[in-house]
Write a protein that binds this ligand. Structure first.
Ligand code: ATP
Ligand code: MG
Length: 230
């Protein structure tokens, strides 16, 4: 689903953010991306979203070759993904409902489908009763759940989240990751950048560690084997 082959990224000011990164994330996986500040995590995410282009190397995401994708195909590519950011990026004057519905309206989904789909995803994230409220009257965790509902509403195969719990309390962070965990169990691939070691160790998922622009460790999800407890 995501394939990086020998990807390097040097920014225009000369900063080498990624050096020769190769990795594969398969359909259905849940991968945490960890590493210290400045390690290159957000750069990796921006390359996945085609917000940045690699200096060298090849990137495939969700069936698109991001080296060859044409500018006019980029919106179509992005609609195949759900994206969640640390700072939520909700539209302040729109209700929770409209923030989520907006993601569908821009893709020409029928009003009938919008009226069916939006309440469904708001229910999934536990916000059915807050549909008519604007973001600044919601808590941080609730705002992040609206952002998650918006990422889910197009039914994407892949969700990419860069520190989705960076601006919320630890208890709410668990809730958000628990939700992502449930969504992953239903088949959606998840890539999540985080600083929070507690979150990573609480959930048994693949952990890719980036330091100084390279992958320094990659531990798969722990598979329980029959013999382990004998
Ligand atoms: N647009 C840019 N132009 C130049 N340098 C950049 C740019 N964006 C990031 N960098 C640099 O690239 C390196 C990697 O940055 P990146 O944002 O990928 O780190 P990160 O792992 O996400 O860090 P954090 O945990 O603090 O978010 C850093 O040295 C950073 O200063
Ligand atoms: Mg970052």
């Amino acid at each position: 689903m995501i394939e990086f082959s020998n990807v390097s990224k040097r920014y225009e000011n000369g900063t080498r953010a990624l050096e020769n990164v190769s990795l594969n994330i398969e359909r259905g996986e849940f991968a945490f991306i960890v590493g210290s500040s400045g390690a290159g995590k957000s750069t990796l995410i921006k390359l996945m979203l085609r917000e940045e282009k690699p200096t060298s190397g090849i990137i495939h995401v969700n069936g698109f070759n991001l080296n060859k994708i044409k500018r006019r195909q980029i919106p179509k590519f992005r609609r195949t993904l759900g994206v969640v950011f640390q700072d939520f990026r909700l539209i302040p004057y729109m209700t929770a409902y409209d923030n989520v519905a907006f993601a569908l309206r821009v893709t020409n989904v029928s009003s009938k489908d919008i009226r069916r789909r939006v309440p469904y995803v708001l229910g999934l994230v536990g916000l059915a009763s807050k549909a008519r409220i604007v973001p600044d009257k919601l808590s941080g965790g609730e705002q992040q759940r609206v952002a998650l509902a918006r990422a889910l509403v197009n039914n994407p195969d892949l969700i990419i989240a860069d520190e989705p719990t960076g601006n919320i309390d630890p208890e709410l962070s668990f809730e958000i990751v628990e939700l992502l965990h449930e969504i992953n169990k239903m088949g959606t691939t998840i890539v999540m950048v985080t600083h929070e070691h507690e979150l990573v160790s609480h959930f048994n998922h693949r952990v890719i560690t980036i330091e100084n622009g390279t992958v320094v460790s990659d531990t798969p999800e722990y598979q329980e084997e029959a013999g382990d407890y004998l």
